[in-house]
Design a binder for this molecule. Structure first.
Ligand code: HAM
Length: 423
């Protein structure tokens, strides 16, 4: 019996794992630059963490992996990061932190039962941030900046930032009523999902993938922001200008999740390699989520980047060229006995050198070939003479020089050779 990965999941093999780690490492660097702390939440939570009353999003209504191991509790595999982070923020009373806003981040696997295609998996990884605390347009701009400059630092150029506002609760509720009234006579002409969205979340009809190009949607009334929402959005745009972040206003951008208020944004790729899944990351502000999850009235804003989409684009834009695994030392052992070679290998590792040795007593030629394949900087040869004299023959692969060094002096000598080479 042999098995394959489940549809929509994939293995990360060595080279891809290196790329993944490189992108994750750079993201962690950006989290440091902006003062975010990484955290983890469980892979599964009580279903209520993700499913709110009247939620109309596809993610919640169609795509969640929900199960009940004991026939009692309903549990769900994490479909997105924000809800779990907010659950933890409330449960751990992080709102009592004297230093607000609280800036949290995560690099975690998510699970959605979507139709798999390029850039869309059923298990995927998000790189996300959530900034929770009193709202200020400066924070909105800074959150977008973190994601945007991270993407730029990877070397991706074919990207654009789309920006919109859903207004504050007052403006949005008014707009919602207006849209319901406008769409009601056309209900039969909307897609099945939009018919369901009509009464609960008519804003989602505006960016429905099926209906968004229809005349009915195109002619829908625009949102009239109240004065404070107008002012808030103007300030977000101003701070983006200060930070030199180009953006386009997209007044049909609503985002697929139901919790957003005020600022929403997406960064999309214009590179054809992204195919139909061109959104690299998306996010926005949520004024009501913390309260809905049992916390105080406090706002938050965040985004999540899809790692798989990032990897496809980074590959297409050729940013991974230099990624080859390197090894400091490869120990060639020409003796039947492996003790001395193992002792040298262990000593070098303890001194911080990446080091591998031959396990099988193969020929000198075979061991040299392995050292080349592994990109070893130094080849250390151990024959009978070396064992008897307590030394090692060092071949410097870059300079081709060869010398014999006492075992006790080996670590210092290798350091010296590395240093001399780069002077
Ligand atoms: P989202 O738009 O559902 O937002 O997902 C964010 C990103 O995750 C997408 O732009 C995409 O890159 C990636 N993504 C989503 N679904 C898949 C999939 N099936 N396969 C591969 N990649 C995928 C959220 O999840 C929000 N929690 C973002 C947020 C944080 N808003 C506020 N804070």
């Amino acid at each position: 019996m042999s098995y394959q990965t489940v549809k929509g999941t994939y293995d990360l093999l060595e080279k891809d794992m290196m790329k993944f780690n490189e992108l994750a490492g750079l993201f962690r660097g950006y989290l440091d630059l902006y003062g975010y702390s990484e955290m983890k939440t469980p892979v599964f939570e009580y279903t209520g963490v993700f499913r709110k009353e009247n939620d109309t999003s596809d993610m919640v209504t169609k795509e969640m992996y929900t199960f009940s191991p004991n026939g009692k509790d309903s549990l769900t595999l994490r479909p997105e990061g924000t809800a779990g982070i907010i659950r933890s923020f409330v449960e751990n009373k992080m709102y009592a932190n004297p230093e607000m806003p609280v800036k949290l981040a995560y690099i975690e696997e998510m699970f959605r039962h979507e139709r798999p295609q390029k850039g869309r998996q059923r298990q995927f990884t998000q790189l996300g941030v959530e900034c929770i605390g009193e709202k200020d347009p400066l924070i909105d701009a800074e959150v977008i900046a973190l994601g945007y400059f991270y993407i730029k630092a990877i070397g991706l150029n074919d990207v654009k930032v789309l920006l919109n506002t859903l207004g504050d609760n007052e403006s949005r509720l008014k707009y919602k009523d207006e849209l319901i009234e406008y769409f009601r006579p056309f209900k039969d002409q909307l897609c099945f999902d939009c018919q369901n969205r009509l009464e609960k979340n008519p804003l989602r009809i505006l960016d429905c993938k099926v209906d968004h190009e229809s005349q009915i949607v195109q002619n829908a009334p625009k949102m009239k922001l109240n004065e404070s929402s107008e002012e808030y959005f103007a300030k977000v745009r101003h701070y983006l200008d200060v930070l030199n972040i180009p953006y386009e206003i997209d007044d049909k951008l609503v985002r697929g999740l139901d919790y957003y208020t005020d600022t929403v944004f997406e960064v999309v790729s214009t590179n054809e390699a992204s195919g139909s899944q061109s959104t690299i990351f998306g996010g926005g502000r949520y004024d009501n989520l913390v309260k809905e999850m049992g916390g105080p009235e406090i706002s938050g804003i965040g985004f999540a980047i899809g790692m798989e989409r990032l990897m496809i684009l980074a590959e297409a834009e050729g940013v991974f060229e230099e990624l080859d695994k390197e090894l400091d030392c490869y120990v060639i052992n020409l003796n039947e006995d492996k003790d001395y070679a193992l002792d040298v290998t262990g000593m070098l590792r303890e001194n911080g050198f990446t080091c591998e040795m031959d396990y099988y007593g193969r020929s000198l030629k075979a061991q040299f070939r392995t050292s080349e394949r592994k990109n070893a900087r130094f080849v250390l040869i151990i024959g009978e003479d070396e064992v008897n004299s307590g030394s090692v023959t060092v071949k410097d692969v870059l300079t081709k020089a060869q010398e014999t060094v006492k075992k006790e002096e080996l670590a210092d000598r290798l350091d010296q050779l590395m240093e001399d080479y780069y002077v």
